[in-house]
Design a protein around this ligand. Structure first.
Ligand code: FE
Ligand code: CA
Length: 536
């Protein structure tokens, strides 16, 4: 890695100011002149009930999001969010400071009726490597103020990068204290690694609150209302406003354990693709993703790259849309994930199988090959490390829904990383509702083989965990696992500088307590040039 370049000024003090201002309720006092300019036609209702969000940072801009929803959980599918009629104009302001005193851009934008009156504003022409603050204004109503960021310019290297990553937030099974505490940490950005919401209704376990519609989301109106309900959560809404986000998904944004067009429950893939199209559209409608991601039917491009000068590159991957058919797929009973031995299902080992799909796989190889970044982060949905259970008869069983269902793809990727000497590869994931720190090996069946990359898997924000013993009793059969814990809910943070990467597993005291506290469960360091994390 190259030596650190002169420090790019961070705006951490301004960000603190914004949070203090928000805590005192003074944020909204900024620039009141605009508010009095137009008479409200919202009849006392707030059109910004779902908040604001920023994402998709580029060196000269970002995407800003909001959705007009004066009646966010409208039960009438013809008036999503209580909105009727065509595209609606609104105004936006972007400023260099949290109080919006130094406006650098203001203008008009559109909420698109075709996308439930959401706004995806791709802003360009701004300065690199800094924060901006923004809000939307519509007919006398102003949104809360949010923070966005631009990436450093090529050749401009930040001294450090601080990010949080989160996954698996089940609204019914717990509160989102993890989001609140992550916002308190004021990271540069947050990466959502999937299971942002759960489509099903939990009828089996102890819940703390209910999806208000009481139905499984399976259509555009029901997916929309699920997103709206999540976004009305104060902790999630605050995290999106205060921290720019990189977004990818896992399965529950559509349906449990799906892979491309193959669903555990739909025998006809065309039927499932109709559902996937609705789910992808609702995802787009609620996320700060750029125009590149506009859905086309059941397709939506999410994977993307984000460079922080020579310090770090984040490859944000899509682990669901392009998967090969699940090995030994046989819906409806054996359609989704299941444990398989090589005797039961030799197909799992087929070298043509891919979790990323051929095109995305090639894209990853190209990005890794030409990377000049000191840290190369692969941000995706599911655990990559091998996980095997030795059964009573000596056979080994593998779970088919994560990378263990696609071992040939995993081997291609890790061999490529090793052969190309990719600098400091770090894989982050979620899905498994437990914390893991793993060595990613050149050959998982040979513990003495090289550790090629480092993996951190974050626990769920609130979704219930698997029983600890399910995994704990097989740890000895997987010596590349350095740490495992399933009993705590929370999030993880990464802090990178030229010399080290620090990872922290942050656990909330009780996801069923809306006022839960947070503490560090474990922390690790990865040294520049040496794959594999060391507990600190
Ligand atoms: Fe999950
Ligand atoms: Ca999942």
């Amino acid at each position: 890695m190259k030596p650190p370049k002169p420090h790019v000024p961070t705006d951490i003090n301004r960000r603190r100011l914004l949070r203090q201002g928000a805590a005192l309720g003074i944020g909204i006092l900024a620039a009141p002149a605009i508010l009095s300019a137009g008479r409200s036609n919202w009849h006392g209702r707030d059109p910004f009930t779902l908040g604001v969000a920023a994402g998709a940072p580029a060196p000269d801009g970002f995407t800003l999001w909001t959705r007009l929803a004066p009646d966010p959980l409208s039960a009438d599918p013809h008036t999503p969010g209580g909105m009727s009629g065509g595209n609606t104009g609104l105004r936006y302001e972007i400023a260099a400071d949290p109080q919006l005193r130094r406006i650098v851009r203001r203008g008009d934008c559109l909420s698109e009726s075709q996308f439930s009156h959401s706004v995806h504003l791709d802003v360009r022409g701004l300065a690199p490597g800094r924060s901006y603050w923004y809000r939307f204004i519509s007919a006398g109503s102003a949104s809360r103020i949010g923070r966005a960021m631009t990436l450093p310019a090529p050749g401009q290297t930040p001294q450090r990068l601080r990010l949080g990553f989160v996954s698996c937030a089940n609204y019914e099974q717990g509160y989102f204290s993890a989001y609140r505490h992550l916002a308190d940490e004021d990271p540069d950005l947050v990466i959502f690694l999937g299971d942002y919401l759960y489509e099903y209704i939990d009828r089996k376990s102890a819940t703390v609150r209910r999806h208000s519609d009481g139905v499984e989301a399976d259509s555009l109106p029901t997916y929309r209302n699920r997103y709206a309900q999540y976004r009305m959560d104060a902790d999630l809404q605050r995290l999106h406003a205060e921290v720019p986000a990189l977004m990818t998904w896992d399965d529950h944004e559509v349906e449990n354990d799906y892979a491309d067009k193959w669903s555990p429950r739909f025998i006809d893939p065309r039927q499932f693709l109709r559902r996937r199209a609705a789910a992808y559209q609702a995802y787009y409608e609620h996320m700060p993703v750029r125009a590149l991601s506009r859905p086309r039917g059941a397709s939506m491009r999410l994977y993307d790259e984000f460079r922080f000068g020579d310090l770090a590159q984040i490859l944000l991957l899509d682990g669901r849309q392009y998967r090969s058919k699940p090995a030994c797929y046989a819906p409806p009973n054996r359609g989704g994930a299941h444990a398989q031995t090589n005797v039961e299902c030799p197909e799992r080992l087929d070298p043509s199988r891919s979790l990323l799909g051929a095109r995305q796989e090639q894209w990853v190889f190209e990005r890794l090959q030409r990377s000049s970044s000191g840290w190369n982060v692969l941000a995706q949905d599911v655990m990559m490390a091998q996980w095997q259970r030795v059964l009573a008869d000596g056979e080994r069983a593998y779970w088919s829904d994560d990378w263990n269902g696609y071992p040939a793809n995993r081997e291609r990727l890790l061999r490529f990383i090793q052969a190309q000497r990719v600098a400091n590869p770090v894989v982050i994931g979620g899905d498994i509702h437990s914390y893991w720190c793993n060595d990613l090996k050149a050959d998982f069946n040979d513990p003495s083989s090289a550790t090629v990359a480092t993996e951190f898997v974050g626990t769920s924000v609130s979704a219930h965990p698997p029983p600890r013993e399910t995994f704990a009793r097989h740890l000895a059969e997987n010596p590349h696992v350095r740490y495992f814990e399933s009993q705590m809910r929370g999030y993880a943070t990464l802090e990178m500088d030229a010399g080290n990467l620090h990872a922290r597993f942050r656990a909330v005291s009780d996801a069923k307590d809306p006022l839960a506290s947070v503490s560090t469960l474990k922390s690790f360091v990865v040294e520049n040039g040496r794959a594999g994390a060391v507990e600190t």
